[in-house]
Ligand binder design. Structure first.
Ligand code: PLP
Length: 382
C-alpha cells in the first residue's frame, strides 16, 4: 500500500536504537537520552494527583488552558524580557509538537530551513515531513559559535526558516550577545522566520539572553519554543509551548487543533503548579553544572576534547586527538562502545558532526566516574 515518500525516507533516530540495545545489558550505563535522573518536584506530583481526584479532567480549550497561557506569558516576560500576553501563547504536547505544528504552518514544498550544526535530531525529519529542505551550516570551523556573517552567507532566496537552539543540544553553547544583536538586525526586515528553541533556557551556567528580548523588533518572524520537560524534569507530562505574534499564533493554533485537539488537561494543571511553586530551578541547575564540569575534566584527562558547556546537561566531545579512535566514524564507535563496555552515548553523526560523541550527563557523579573508567579501559584495550 502507498506510504508517503516523506515518511518512508525517515529513519528512527540512532539515539533510540542505541538506548533500546542497551537494555539487554544488566550493567549498562545510559548516557544517551536527554532525560535527567532528577525527580519531578513533590508539589507538581501532588497537584497532578489532587486534580486527578478532585477536578473535572475534560478536554482543555484548543491552544491550552487560559490560566496556563497567561502564566507562560508572564513567566517569559519576567524571566527573559519578553513582551507577551495570553494571545501570543499556545500550549502544546511537549516542545516536539510545538516544533511540528509551527513548521507545518509556515513551511511549503521546496522551502529551505537553515540549521547550524551540531543540531538537535528533530529538525531534519520535521523539515522533510513538510516537504522543506534542511540546509545545515557546518559550525566546526568557527568553534561552534554562530555569527551573523555566517548566517548571512548561507541565506538564499529559498530560505524560509532558521532554527537556532541555545543553549545548544548537544554542544551546550550559547549565542554571543553581540552576534545576537547583529542577527536580529540581519533578519528584521526579511521574510524569514526564526524559531528559537529555548528548551534549555532555564539551565544556563553563564549569562544568557533569550530572543524574547527582541520580541518587538522581530515580532513578525520570531517563534519561541519551550516547555516543561527540561526545566521541571516533566518529560512524561508532555507540556510545551509556543510564543509568537497574535496572527501567527492563530494560524498555528488551527494546525495544533487538528493534530492534537489539546494536550492533557491534567498535565497542564500540573504545569500551572510548576510555574506557581517551582519556577526557581537553581538547585537542579547547580547539580547539572557540577556534573557537567566533573565530566568535562575527567574526559579530557583520557584524551577527549570538549567545549565547556554554558548550559543544558550534555557534553559534546571530540575524539579526533585519540590516536586509536580517530579514524573510526562516530556511529561505528558508538556501537562498538555499546557492545564492549555497555556504555550508551550518541554519535556526533546524529547531530551532523563527525568525530564527536555526545554524553547526556543525566546521572550522578559515581555513575559518571564509572563511565569514564570504562572508557579509559576501552581505549587502552583498543
Ligand atoms: N528541542 C530540543 C533542543 C531538545 O533537546 C528536545 C528534547 O530533547 C526537544 C526539543 C523536545 O522536547 P519535549 O518534546 O520533551 O519538550
Amino acid at each position: 500500500m502507498f506510504i508517503n515518500e516523506n515518511v518512508k525516507e525517515i529513519k528512527i533516530s540512532d539515539i533510540r536504537i542505541i538506548a533500546e540495545k542497551l537494555q539487554k545489558y544488566s550493567n549498562s550505563i545510559n548516557l544517551t537520552i536527554g532525560e535527567p535522573d532528577l525527580e519531578v518536584a513533590q508539589e507538581i506530583k501532588e497537584a497532578a494527583a489532587y486534580h486527578a481526584l478532585n477536578s473535572k479532567i475534560k478536554y482543555s480549550p484548543v491552544g491550552g488552558l487560559p490560566e496556563l497561557r497567561e502564566k507562560v506569558a508572564k513567566y517569559y516576560n519576567e524571566n527573559f524580557g519578553g513582551n507577551y500576553n495570553i494571545n501570543n501563547v499556545i500550549i502544546t504536547v511537549g516542545s516536539t509538537e510545538a516544533l511540528s505544528s509551527t513548521m507545518q504552518t509556515i513551511l511549503a514544498k521546496g522551502d529551505e530551513v537553515l540549521i547550524p550544526t551540531p543540531a538537535y535530531v528533530g529538525y531534519e525529519p520535521l523539515s522533510n515531513f513538510y516537504g522543506a529542505v534542511p540546509r545545515f551550516i557546518d559550525m566546526r570551523e568557527n568553534n561552534f559559535s554562530l555569527t551573523a556573517e555566517i548566517l548571512e552567507k548561507n541565506i538564499t532566496e529559498k530560505t524560509k526558516l532558521i532554527i537556532l537552539t541555545y543553549p545548544n543540544n548537544p554542544s551546550g553553547m550559547i549565542l554571543d550577545e553581540e552576534e545576537m544583536g547583529k542577527i536580529v538586525k540581519l533578519l528584521k526586515d526579511r521574510e524569514i522566520y526564526l524559531i528559537s528553541d529555548e528548551i534549555y533556557a532555564s539551565i544556563t551556567f553563564d549569562k544568557y539572553t533569550s530572543f524574547a528580548k527582541y520580541s518587538e523588533e522581530l515580532k513578525k518572524q520570531l517563534i519561541i519554543i519551550n516547555g516543561f520537560s527540561k526545566s521541571h524534569c516533566m518529560t512524561g507530562y508532555r507540556v510545551g509551548y509556543i510564543l509568537t505574534n497574535e496572527e501567527l499564533q492563530a494560524q498555528i493554533k488551527k494546525v495544533s487543533q487538528y493534530k492534537i485537539t489539546s494536550t492533557s488537561t491534567l498535565s497542564q494543571l500540573a504545569a500551572i503548579t510548576a510555574l506557581d511553586k517551582c519556577s526557581d530551578v537553581s538547585v537542579a541547575k547547580e547539580i547539572y553544572k557540577k556534573r557537567v564540569e566533573f565530566f568535562v575534566n575527567e574526559i579530557e584527562k583520557i584524551g577527549f576534547k570538549c567545549l565547556k558547556p554554558k548550559g543544558a546537561f550534555y557534553v559534546f566531545a571530540s575524539y579526533e586527538n585519540i590516536e586509536k579512535l580517530k579514524n573510526i566514524n562516530s556511529l561505528e564507535l558508538a556501537f562498538d562502545i555499546l557492545e564492549k563496555i555497555h556504555l550508551g552515548l550518541v554519535p556526533g553523526s546524529a547531530f551532523k558532526v563527525e568525530g564527536y560523541v555526545r554524553f547526556s550527563i543525566v546521572h550522578d557523579i559515581p555513575v559518571l566516574k564509572e563511565a569514564i573508567e570504562r572508557l579509559e579501559k576501552y581505549i587502552l584495550e583498543k
